[in-house]
Design a protein around this ligand. Structure first.
Ligand code: F3S
Length: 396
């Protein structure tokens, strides 16, 4: 492959991976069947994919993509994107499709569009997906970048280092959950609070509810990666590699131990919510992308109601889940109330600058607030139900 038997583009991608592997002291590479890659409009990433395309590279394995945004949808609601932005998005999507990525435009592939099996080695990017893939499903991935994920999809291989090795997957921080987790929002607070307490490492959670929902685990993984960078977690009794505390720690003692109480979650809510009562302009849901169950909840809360005058509501999900929401009537309910479901959008897309500059929004996502903190947009973070009450009143 390195000699060009699979084409120049594949040889180029492999050379990049060999250098990456050498940087992490990888001793060999392993074949894979599955990749999830970010869809970025950054110059360096665009140069890399364009260079691979020019050299004839095409994907070898299943590869799905993270969201970017739906210019046609904005056009259809009378809010066209500036020509340069529309062209950039179209060019980026075109390049990724040309090389062979599946246009899923979704940041929760592990919940439907690209689900690894237990023990499978994969190459996933997206910080909220990686701990889910490693710690909930029990597959193995390193934290891939746009370039390394793309190169892996072209060669169908990854260098073996980091979290692909047994010895690097053991926990080192014990987290005793003494807080009551009432709903999916509390899992976000738990993730954020734990990330803040421990910083980086591999947490082992004990004392968690026995049967958490996928949405709850998704929230935990998402907001854990807002306050820290955590690619692997263990939940005792749930993570395939953590049948017991002792196994999760590989027979060693934890380096550190934290107990999370209701007071910690309350403090996190108080510190991070940015809560202030007053007029609001919009609600933004779906960072990470909402599942059909979450969209059902929004539709149920909006049934027969109308958003307050001048207030917007946006739900982000994958184009495929949007189609399902349409089929099930949730899209119609949300649209009738005055809200939007955007398929394939992200909470940090530049369109929000143009739409919400200087405005106040509500969201249930600490990640959406944090990622937009450099913009002139003010977010209050609260439960989904409270956000819906706020958009119906126009204030919180
Ligand atoms: Fe998804 Fe974008 Fe949030 S990729 S997790 S909606 S920052």
């Amino acid at each position: 492959m390195l000699a060009g038997t699979h084409g120049d583009g594949t040889a180029k991608a492999l050379r990049y991976q060999i250098e990456l592997g050498e940087a992490f002291a990888a001793e060999h590479m392993v074949e894979i069947n599955r990749v999830h890659a970010p869809l970025t409009e950054l110059d360096g990433d665009n140069w890399f994919i364009s260079d691979l395309l020019k050299s004839g590279a095409r994907l070898k394995v299943i590869a799905t993509t993270n969201p970017i945004y739906d210019v046609q949808y904005l056009q259809s609601i009378g809010s066209p994107e500036p020509e340069a932005a529309a062209r950039l998005i179209s060019d980026v999507k075109g390049r990724f499709k040309e090389i062979g990525l599946k246009p899923t435009y979704n940041c929760t592939p592990e919940l439907g569009s690209n689900v690894p099996r237990i023990n499978e080695i994969v190459a996933f990017s997206e910080s909220s997906s990686i701990p889910y893939v490693n710690g909930i499903i029990g597959a193995r991935t390193n934290r891939e970048s746009a370039k390394s994920a793309l190169a892996a999809a072209v060669t169908g291989r990854v260098p073996v280092y980091g979290l692909l090795l047994d010895e690097n997957r053991k926990g080192n921080v014990l987290i005793t959950v003494a807080a009551t987790l009432r709903d999916a929002f509390d899992y976000r607070l738990l993730g954020f609070a734990v990330g803040k307490m421990m910083g980086n490492g591999i947490p082992v959670f004990e004392g968690m509810p026995a049967n958490p929902l996928p949405e709850e685990l998704k929230n935990l993984c998402t907001d854990l990666n807002v306050s820290a960078a955590v690619a692997m977690i263990h939940i005792v009794g749930l993570t395939p590699e953590a049948p017991t505390l002792d196994v999760a720690f590989g027979g060693k003692h934890p380096d550190r131990h934290f107990t999370v109480t209701d007071a910690d979650l309350d403090k996190c809510r108080a510190d991070m919510s940015g809560y202030e009562s007053g007029k609001i302009d919009f609600a933004l849901f779906g960072c990470a992308h909402y599942t059909i169950e979450q969209i059902k909840q929004v539709a149920h809360l909006l049934e027969g109601k109308t958003l307050a005058s001048g207030v917007e509501l946006w739900v982000l999900t994958s184009p495929q889940i949007r189609t399902m929401a349409e089929e099930l009537g949730y899209l119609e309910t949300i649209s009738k109330a005055g809200g939007h479901i955007m398929g394939g959008g992200c909470s940090v897309m530049p369109v929000w600058n143009r739409r919400f500059d200087g405005k106040v929004g509500v969201t249930d996502s600490l990640k959406a607030k944090f990622y937009n903190s450099a913009k002139n947009i003010s977010f209050r973070v609260m439960r989904m139900e409270q956000c819906i009450e706020a958009v119906l009143k126009g204030s919180c």
